[in-house]
Design a binder for this molecule. Structure first.
Ligand code: GDP
Length: 363
């Protein structure tokens, strides 16, 4: 009112008082800073209630390289352990381009149709892209990432396979405690990571493509032997016949393998992830597998074997870390390596010398 132009001669005009100059420092900055890490009890409580934000934060702690975070994550895992185990853990592998993301998107939605929750995790030790991974990237699973009952998490950042695999296995525990009854673990079928995934899942699905007629050539025998089911993707359009041919070839190849420990005969199916053809059939196979191994006790047996395997793996990893991260050992190794390279010492003698000096400390 006190502005001169608010006087009666200036009809139709209203001048408001201005806005104060904002301070040069953003007053909301404080609020933008990272929230403090919740207590172990808060985290466990949140996870058990199925709070996805809390789950995410706990997984971030698992992935952290900070020793305090690691210790806290271990406490949370320990508390969640009694509530874990009640899920179907399914490993999915295939070479890049086989259609893993497309397929996980449709398989995931199919699974969620019958209710429950689905977590999609990944193991990709090779990737160093954006915080670890190309796998599990939300944009690759467009529909699933929008589903309220899906939790998608990329692979922990690149590191030793053992380390990456352990983190994923620990994440499985938290997801199960948060009520996820379906867990998919994706990996690229090109390295050792399939073995790691195989040793943490109940069912291992191998996604294949129909190739140029000699499909079986390129596939590592070891991976085929691990598979509980082989599915040939992109069985659509002109590709249907080739996919059927590949199916027949895989079937006959599987017959040459020794019987599986579960007694289950791995099946070979064709489908199209992109056109959503044959999806229920793939899932029926997986359902039948679970019925089969639940009935013959193999389900429990495999889980126990895996628990034993991971205990041993963890011991191996920690021993190796303890050894290699030791400065004195590191110095000694460098010196002795040089002697080996110059042929002044045999590899065996050099190794024994380092190990002896390491073990002497514990006597
Ligand atoms: P990933 O690397 O194994 O995750 O494979 P993607 O899911 O990214 O798929 C690789 C390419 O194959 C993409 O261009 C997809 O659109 C295509 N693709 C995936 N599934 C199918 C399918 O069932 N049929 C056809 N024709 N193309 C597919």
């Amino acid at each position: 009112m006190n502005h001169p132009e608010n006087g009666s001669e200036y009809k139709g005009l209203q001048v408001n008082s201005g806005v104060a100059q904002p301070p040069s420092v953003n007053p909301y900055m404080r609020a933008l800073r990272r929230k403090p890490i919740p207590s172990t009890a808060e985290m466990v409580e949140g996870i058990l209630k199925g709070d996805m934000t809390m789950l995410s934060r706990a997984v971030t702690l698992i992935e952290s390289l900070h020793p305090d975070h690691y210790a806290k994550a271990q406490e949370v895992i320990e508390k969640c352990l009694p509530f874990s185990g009640k899920s179907r853990r399914i490993g999915i592998t295939g070479v890049p381009g086989a259609g893993k993301s497309t397929s996980i998107d449709v398989f995931g939605l199919h699974v969620l149709k019958s209710g429950g929750k689905l977590a999609v995790l990944a193991i990709d030790p090779s990737s160093e892209r954006t915080n670890g991974s190309i796998l599990g990237d939300k944009t690759r699973m467009e529909k699933l990432s929008l589903h309220p009952d899906a939790f998608i998490r990329p692979s922990p950042s690149a590191g030793s396979l053992g380390g990456v695999a352990r983190k994923t296995r620990e994440t499985v525990v938290l997801c199960e405690a948060a009520g996820f009854n379906n867990i998919f673990i994706e990996t690229v079928g090109v390295g050792q990571s399939e073995t790691a995934v195989h040793s943490m899942v109940d069912f291992f699905l191998l996604i294949q493509l129909a190739g140029t007629g000699d499909e079986l050539q390129g596939i590592k025998r070891g991976i085929m032997e691990m598979a509980d089911g082989i599915v040939i993707n992109k069985a659509d359009g002109d590709n249907i016949n080739r996919a059927k041919l590949a199916q027949a070839q895989f079937r006959s190849a599987l017959h040459l393998f020794p019987p599986t420990a579960s007694g289950w005969q791995p099946e070979v199916l064709t489908y199209s992830g992109y056109f959503e053809l044959g999806i229920p059939e793939v899932w029926n196979m997986i359902d039948r597998y679970f019925e089969f191994v639940n009935a013959n006790g193999y389900f429990e047996e495999r889980r126990q074997q895996q628990a034993r395997y991971w205990m041993r793996e963890t011991i191996d990893e920690q021993l190796r870390n303890h050894f290699y991260r030791d400065h004195a050992i590191e110095r000694m190794l460098t010196g002795l390596e040089q002697s080996v390279l110059e042929n002044r010492l045999s590899s065996f003698t050099a190794a024994t010398e380092v190990l002896d000096s390491y073990f002497r400390r514990f006597h």
